[in-house]
Design a protein around this ligand. Structure first.
Ligand code: ASP
Ligand code: MG
Length: 409
């Protein structure tokens, strides 16, 4: 018998029929003798609908009122699920974040969880009830409703699992696990049985949108075993995310390939090669709230150097404007850019103990005549920037070169 926290996302509770299916699933787990805490999101589309209502009244709605309103989406689904469970003969009680209580700071729209009171949940579990909790929301020290940021119900699930020291946190979603890469790009992509928190964080921050990034950070920090499962199919194993993926003898060198098309690169050429120059370029970019990803500075020659970095494609125009202004101030020769690029990354903890991963990656891309524009590496990741139109080709070639393709049966 185990204590399990299950989280169901918006599509899994998108209609009364879907909610009933969730109740049936919860019932089956309970009949196996497990204790269950169930976290739910708002019905699919509901959070967006609510935000649109506020935006119809104001271009810049007050964040406190926005949270007050948007938290109602989850309040509807917890009650509906509790009703469905009771109808199925399962004793259940629902709680809002405030009722639990999930205590957060006061950063509306992106609040962080500070503490969770597990008393009510424990009492209900001891009395044989299933506990249903609203995801995405909490309460601050002054009693204001807060929300955790889009996709925040994942984080609620993980945080409750950590607070209750649950045996597993199961995230039910519309895919049946984490894949080696996006199956829409590589049909041979395989579901991973296991992946580490570290790898999952890289995959998530590189654009694989299965889980909210913060929930993975949280799970890693508190060592909460996290399992991604399909809510549309019964009996699958999904993907288990843990501290250590080492379960098989032959651990793969690469676990997955992530890619991101939302990138643009900019270059400042002919910059005086003097102390403080990186700061004078990147300082104003940061002040303009533009996030920087990869950065490359060339070796200087004749007292001048070049500086290239990537930003989110949505910030491309904005960053060019900032750089053109700075270029004049620091006496740079020219500013140029390209917003038709993409980033492709190999991710795997196995890289640590294997030399030659980068060489094999570059060889594979060379064989396909794909030019590499930028390279960056970390302990468990190698990223390259290529022309956007070659991105899918690059991902497919690498997927097969690193033996990630599913075995043909
Ligand atoms: N309902 C919230 C959202 O749409 C939270 C969640 O689904 O996790 O972002
Ligand atoms: Mg979600």
């Amino acid at each position: 018998m185990a204590l399990i926290v299950q989280k169901y996302g918006g599509t899994s509770v998108g209609s009364p029929e879907r909610i009933q299916a969730v109740a049936e699933r919860v019932k089956r787990w309970r009949e196996q003798g497990h204790d269950l805490v169930v976290v739910v999101s708002a019905m699919s589309g509901e959070t967006n609908r609510l935000i649109a209502l506020a935006r119809a009244l104001s271009h810049d709605p007050d964040p406190r009122e926005l949270d007050q309103m948007v938290a109602t989406g989850e309040q509807v689904t917890i009650a509906l699920l509790a009703i469905a469970l009771q109808e199925a003969g399962v004793p259940a009680r629902s709680y809002t974040g405030a009722q639990v209580a999930v205590l957060t700071d006061s950063a509306y729209g992106k609040a962080r969880i500070e503490a969770i009171d597990d008393e009510r949940m424990r009492a209900d579990l001891a009395a044989g009830k299933v506990v249903v909790v609203a995801g995405f929301q909490g309460i601050d020290a002054e009693g204001n409703t807060t929300t955790l940021g889009r996709g925040g119900s994942d984080t609620t699930g993980v945080a409750l699992a950590a607070a209750l020291k649950a045996d597993e946190c199961q995230i039910y979603t519309d895919v049946d696990g984490v894949y080696t890469t996006d199956p829409r790009v590589v049909p041979q992509a395989r579901r991973l049985q296991r992946i580490t928190f570290e790898e999952m964080l890289e995959m998530a921050s590189l654009g694989s949108k299965v889980l909210q990034i913060r929930s993975v950070e949280f799970a890693g920090k508190y060592n909460v075993p996290l399992r991604v499962l399909s809510s549309f199919q019964e009996g699958g194993e999904g993907t288990l995310i843990t501290l250590d993926a080492e379960d098989s003898m032959e651990k793969p060198v690469i676990s997955g390939i992530a890619f991101n098309r939302d990138e643009a690169k900019v270059t400042v050429r002919g910059v005086p090669d003097t102390p403080g120059i990186a700061y004078r370029i990147l300082g104003p970019v940061g002040e303009a709230n533009i996030e920087i990803d990869m950065i490359v500075q060339n070796v200087g020659a004749d007292g001048l150097t070049d500086f290239t970095f990537t930003v989110n494609r949505a910030d491309y125009r904005k960053v060019l404007t900032v750089l053109e202004r700075i270029a004049g101030e620091i006496g740079a020769r020219e500013v140029s850019g390209d917003d038709k690029i993409a980033k492709v990354s190999l991710v795997g903890v196995g890289m640590r103990s294997h030399a030659g991963v980068a060489a094999k990656m570059f060889e594979t891309l060379a064989r396909e005549s794909i030019n590499i524009q930028m390279i960056s590496t970390s302990e468990i990741k190698i990223s390259v920037v290529v022309q956007e139109k070659y991105m899918e080709l690059a991902v497919r070639a690498l997927h097969s070169a690193f033996d990630l393709d599913a075995a043909v049966e």
